[in-house]
Write a protein that binds this ligand. Structure first.
Ligand code: GLC
Ligand code: CA
Length: 562
């Protein structure tokens, strides 16, 4: 492994700052709160933190609408707090990644304000404006949040493009001055000692602009925008330049939010790739259609999930390095997505943890996942803060779903499921805040699911700690980090088993992804148990039949030295 590949050894923890820890009693998480929890993170064993955006922002889309890239939102603290966090974390061996949102800014960003005021200003070309003769929008693209992707500048026939909300105008990467502004800003943060970035919607920066009315694909008369703005030819020029001017000289860790097709993977994550790794959506979005419309949920089987994971692993390992994750701030809680409600518990949660943690790539744990946090169900649509939830709800109604069905479906997939406050203990507001009202509801299940109660060896939290230790700091670290990924044959389609191997070693991990018993044939030779969620069951691995009877939701990792 090259020195520059330090991030292959990382275990990343994603923080949603608004909901992690409130330090001043206003009901909103903040940077000082994160600093106060560094001990917990250190003890968990993670060594990189990714912070969702903490920049100045009107918070139309949870901070993914930035109005000033250089300063911290007062709600989170100030610039000095950010410096302190970087410094303190560094002292504990923990590096920090920020979120880099450069596909769009907030409409309240100075550049956009100038562009609105004066169509001849240089800033007008930082964005994508289009004037139409008849005052109709330039085309019928639908933004990701469900509204038309063009919004009219009041009192004119001039429209601006936004792939996300109308408060997130898209930047025009064709403009060189704009690109220079971005590189300057990225370097400003990297020079401060930031380890790198998670890079938002970066596959969207090149647009293929076409002005006509496209065949609608929904009841709203609009057409999904993705086909014109995702991974468009020419994007590689921008990404190459971005990398050369910023990340590469800093040896940064970069994780691109970009669903990259196989033929482009090499460019993105190959030896000379633009990024350290990319997020793959194939198994986290397995429950929704490619257009991301949650209100048309997709059923899937464990077998399909297995296929998706295996094919992603094989593809990525051939080209470079991957990012592993089951949850993030855009997803619902993984246990609710993958496990039937009645079967959610210690064993299914730890089985899921093992399933993703032993794969090849850098694992990302989303806050609360390590204690098995679950979805929330709020009382009504008005309780949801997330703009995408409201958009999907409106579309579901528009598509003719009745109110209750629309609400059920949208609530299950809402991004707010993962944005509720971290559950630290069984005290007021789960230990998140001393405020009387938190910015978003605390999940009422905090009395039974919280970190403090899991300070014992048989908890989900302890299981995660063990997985992290095995990966980072054990005699299995090498094989877990560098071993080749290989599927392992199982007759039962609900058993997901795979191996990691090096020249002389083999790690076999088996997951019984169902609430029934099953069995799997073990390879010959001496097998050593590495970990598992049913320790009492492990003795049978040494029986002569080589048939291992799996309990419901059992997982076990076995090691062989050949
Ligand atoms: C990314 C973010 C998401 C945000 C969107 C627009 O997908 O993860 O939270 O809404 O980009 O910035
Ligand atoms: Ca606060």
């Amino acid at each position: 492994m090259k020195k520059s590949d330090w991030w292959k050894h990382a275990v990343v923890y994603q923080i949603y700052p608004k909901s992690f820890q409130d330090s001043n009693g206003d009901g909103i998480g903040d940077l000082k709160g994160i600093i106060s929890r560094l001990d917990y993170l250190k003890r968990l064993g993670v060594n990189v933190l990714w912070l969702c955006p903490v920049y100045q922002s009107p918070m139309d889309d949870g901070g993914y609408d930035i109005s000033d890239y250089y300063h911290i939102h007062p709600m989170f603290g100030d610039d000095a707090d950010m410096d302190e966090l970087i410094r303190k974390a560094d002292g504990m061996g923990i590096k920090i990644l920020m979120d880099l949102v450069v596909n769009h800014t907030s409409d309240e960003h100075e550049w956009f304000q100038q562009a609105l005021k004066d169509p001849d200003s240089k800033y007008a070309d930082y964005y994508i404006f289009k004037e139409t003769a008849d005052g109709n929008p330039p085309n019928n693209w639908r933004s990701y949040f469900g509204e038309p992707a063009w919004t009219r500048v009041e009192g004119t026939n001039r429209f601006y493009l936004h792939e996300f909300s109308r408060k997130q105008p898209d930047l025009n990467w064709e403009n060189e001055a704009l690109r220079e502004e971005i590189y300057r800003m990225v370097n400003y943060w990297l020079d401060k000692g930031l380890a790198g970035f998670r890079i938002d919607a970066i596959g969207n920066i090149k647009k293929r602009l076409e002005y006509e009315t496209f065949q609608p694909d929904g009841e709203d008369g609009l057409r999904y925008i993705g086909d014109w703005v995702l991974n468009q030819p020419g994007i590689e020029v921008f990404l190459q330049e971005l990398n050369e001017r910023t990340f590469r000289p800093h040896n940064s860790m970069t994780v691109a939010e970009a669903n990259v097709p196989e033929e482009l993977l090499n460019l993105f994550i190959g030896e000379e790739g633009f990024f350290s790794m990319v997020f793959d959506f194939s198994y986290t979005d397995i429950d929704v259609p490619a257009t991301g419309e949650w209100f048309r949920p997709r059923d899937f089987t464990v077998e399909e999930l297995r296929k998706a994971i295996f094919s992603s692993q094989r593809m990525v390992q051939e080209k470079g390095w991957g990012a592993l994750y089951l949850e993030n701030h855009d997803q619902n809680r993984s246990v609710n997505k993958y496990i039937p409600e009645e079967e959610i518990g210690y064993h299914s949660k730890t089985m899921l943890a093992s399933l993703f943690f032993f794969l090849r790539g850098t694992p990302f744990i989303y806050q609360g996942q390590e204690i098995g946090m679950e979805n929330i169900r709020m009382a009504s649509i008005d309780d949801y803060d997330d703009i995408a939830t409201r958009g999907q709800y409106a579309r579901a109604m528009n598509a003719g779903l009745d109110k209750e069905t629309a609400f059920d479906i949208v609530a299950k997939r809402s991004r707010d499921n993962s944005r509720t406050p971290m559950q630290w203990d069984s005290g007021k507001n789960a230990g998140f805040s001393s405020a009387d009202r938190t910015w978003i509801r605390v999940n009422p299940n905090y009395k039974s699911i919280n970190a403090a109660d899991q300070e014992h060896p048989d908890s989900v939290l302890s299981f995660y700690r063990e997985l992290i230790r095995l990966r980072k700091d054990s005699k299995y670290s090498d094989i877990i980090i560098s071993g080749e990924f290989l599927p392992y044959e199982s007759e039962d389609p609900c058993v997901i088993a795979y191996q990691r191997s090096t020249a002389h070693e083999r790690l076999l991990v088996i997951h019984n992804f169902q609430n029934r018993q099953s069995a799997i044939r073990l390879p010959k030779g001496h097998l050593k148990t590495v970990t598992g969620n049913f320790p009492d069951n492990h003795t049978q691995k040494d029986t002569p039949q080589r048939l291992y009877r799996l309990l419901p939701y059992e997982c076990i990792a076995l090691y062989m030295n050949e």
